[in-house]
Every structure is written in structure tokens, then in C-alpha cells.
Design a protein around this ligand. Structure first.
Ligand code: GLV
Ligand code: GLV
Length: 322
């Protein structure tokens, strides 16, 4: 009998699909309303043939070795796979599957929302209203930065970056810069985006939006030197992965007003925040909700379920990254 361990409660859609297609499987779910520690995860997942995990679970070399050779598939509730030891999975013949495409629009919505919220001081304004500090309309009151026509720099030319680029271009007439390892003809033809080096993108953009995966190469890509290259009137938006930004360096840059502001959905040491970050009024902080819509989370759950079903029934899964 196959055994499936799920590290967090998932929508019924995923569960029902597993039950229907694998009626004999034993399905266990982390009973706590919190993420498991490394040790708890190893213990709870012992003996599993399939693991459905999240981006918060450290599916590292030690865990995969402990679960091999029984474990056949890891399906992660995410597009990012930086928390999974892919080389080890390959070595051990464990399939790793993710949930690309379905969350592209939702994550792009959060990036665009953060651009607007930061530039137009929406969260600061909301807080002020609730505190009863609105003294009436005035010409000098709560001036922010306009968005239309401003230069947007996209770091990483994947699906989410492209969706943000298109929205900013079509909706807000923003000239676009992008930084990627290779040129993308579609960006240049469809979006008139200009490919630049990172330093030039940082120096010219009014909004820098990060859409690269977290890899050893992109860790702290945005450090104090990179922040120093940005315009004093520019904003940094991160909906990718926290460690792409040196969060302490960002706190210093925001505190000294070396950049205008930041909008963050991801953090270097989630769920913790760098000291001082939450005290600043020029940053908008969201709790990693890029893919958090009812529709998308249901579909991500179905995709994880389909990956598990495919592997456990001897078929090739659709979105296999290792
Ligand atoms: C979310 O951050 C994801 O990688 O899906
Ligand atoms: C990466 O998978 C992206 O969608 O940008």
C-alpha cells in the first residue's frame, strides 16, 4: 500500500483527487497548524512513497537520503525549488515536481500591487486613516511617486517577470529594461524591452522588480553595492525569494532614504524579518502571498496530486524538475 505524507493542510481539491485515483493509499497530513521542524519532518515522512511539501520545508540532502529508497516523488506546492536538494534527488532517482504557470498571473498581480502600493503610499495612508490622523485634503499632503511612464527594470526573464513587464507596459506605458543571462527576442519584439547588465538596470530603473529563482548565483544579488546604484527615487520590489536581497543592507538603505522604498512579499529568513524592517514607513510588507488565491491554491494542489498519482502509477509526471 502506497503511503503519502503531506506537510501542510491542502485544499479539498487535492485531497479528493488523491483519494479518487489512489483509493488504497494511506494519506497522512501534518496535524499541526504550523510548519514542521527538520527533525519532525524526517520522523513524520518516514516510510512515505510520496511527499507533498511546501517551500517552507527543508527537503535537503539528509532528508532525501533518510527517506530513500522508498520515496519515489516529492511534489512541492510552489514553482520555486530552492528548498529541495535537486542533485541528491537525481542521484537517488526521486522525481521532483513543481507547480509552474498556474501561479504566474497571481504572483504578477502581487508584484504590480506592490509597485502601486509603494509608489502611491497606500498602506501608509490606510494606517493614517485608522489612526484618525486625516486632517483633510491639502496640496502638500501624502505626495508619492507616479507610476505611468516610469522605467521598470525586471530582473529575470521568466514567466512571472514577463507578466509583470507586459502589465506595466500595456497598463502604465512604462519603458522596460530587463536583465537575464540570455537575450529574449519576445521581450524585445512584443514589449520593446531593452536588455541591460544588472548595474545599468539598477541605475536607470524607477522600479526594480525581482523575478529570478534563488540559486547560489542569485543569493544577495541585491546587496549594499547594488542598492547604492539605484536612484534615490527608485523602489525595489521582491516577490521572488527573500535571500536574493541582503535584507539588512536593504533596511539600512531604506532607513537612510538612499532609495525611496520597497515592496516585499518574501524575506531572507521567513517568517522572521530583519531587525528594523518593520519599523520603517517606506516599505510595504506582505506575508508571502504571491500565489495565494482560492483558484490558484486549488490548482496547485491538484498539480501536486497529479504528480504523485503519475509517479506512483508508473507514468511520467507533467512538471518534473528533477
Ligand atoms: C512561491 O513562492 C512559489 O515558489 O510558488
Ligand atoms: C519562473 O518560473 C517564473 O515563472 O518566472
Amino acid at each position: 500500500m502506497a503511503s503519502i505524507f503531506i506537510t501542510r493542510a491542502v485544499p479539498d481539491a487535492a485531497f479528493e483527487l488523491l483519494r479518487r485515483e489512489l483509493p488504497d493509499a494511506k494519506i497522512s497530513i501534518n496535524p499541526h497548524d504550523r510548519n514542521l521542524s527538520h527533525g519532525e519532518l524526517a520522523e513524520a515522512a518516514a516510510g512515505a512513497d510520496a511527499l507533498i511539501c511546501t517551500l517552507a520545508d527543508p527537503v535537503d540532502d539528509a532528508l532525501l537520503r533518510a527517506l530513500a529508497p522508498r520515496l519515489q516523488v516529492v511534489a512541492t506546492y510552489a514553482v520555486g525549488v530552492n528548498n529541495i536538494a535537486l542533485p541528491t534527488a537525481r542521484e537517488l532517482g526521486i522525481a521532483v515536481c513543481n507547480t509552474p504557470d498556474v501561479l504566474t498571473d497571481a504572483t504578477a498581480e502581487i508584484a504590480v500591487g506592490l509597485i502601486l502600493a509603494c509608489a502611491r503610499r497606500m498602506v501608509e495612508g490606510d494606517k493614517l486613516m485608522r489612526q484618525g490622523e486625516f486632517g483633510g485634503w491639502a496640496p502638500m499632503f501624502m505626495r508619492g511617486h507616479g507610476v505611468c511612464g516610469k522605467t521598470v527594470g525586471i530582473v529575470g526573464a521568466g514567466r512571472i517577470g514577463k507578466r509583470v513587464a507586459r502589465t506595466m507596459r500595456m497598463g502604465f506605458a512604462c519603458p522596460l529594461l530587463y536583465h537575464a543571462r540570455t537575450a529574449h527576442a519576445d521581450w524585445e519584439d512584443e514589449l520593446q524591452a531593452e536588455r541591460t547588465g544588472l548595474d545599468e538596470l539598477l541605475a536607470r530603473s524607477d522600479f526594480v522588480s525581482l523575478h529570478c529563482p534563488l540559486t547560489p548565483h542569485t543569493k544577495h544579488l541585491i546587496d549594499s553595492a547594488a542598492l547604492a546604484r539605484m536612484k534615490q527615487t527608485a523602489f525595489l520590489i521582491n516577490t521572488a525569494r527573500g535571500p536574493v536581497v541582503d535584507e539588512s543592507a536593504l533596511v539600512a538603505a531604506l532607513r537612510d532614504r538612499r532609495i525611496a522604498g520597497a515592496g516585499l512579499d518574501v524575506y531572507e529568513n521567513e517568517p522572521a524579518l530583519a531587525p528594523g524592517l518593520a519599523d520603517l514607513d517606506n516599505v510595504v510588507l506582505l506575508p508571502h502571498i504571491g500565489s495565494a488565491t482560492h483558484e490558484v491554491r486549488d490548482e496547485m494542489g491538484r498539480m501536486c496530486a497529479r504528480a504523485v498519482i503519475a509517479v506512483l502509477t508508473g507514468q511520467e509526471p507533467a512538471h518534473r524538475v528533477a
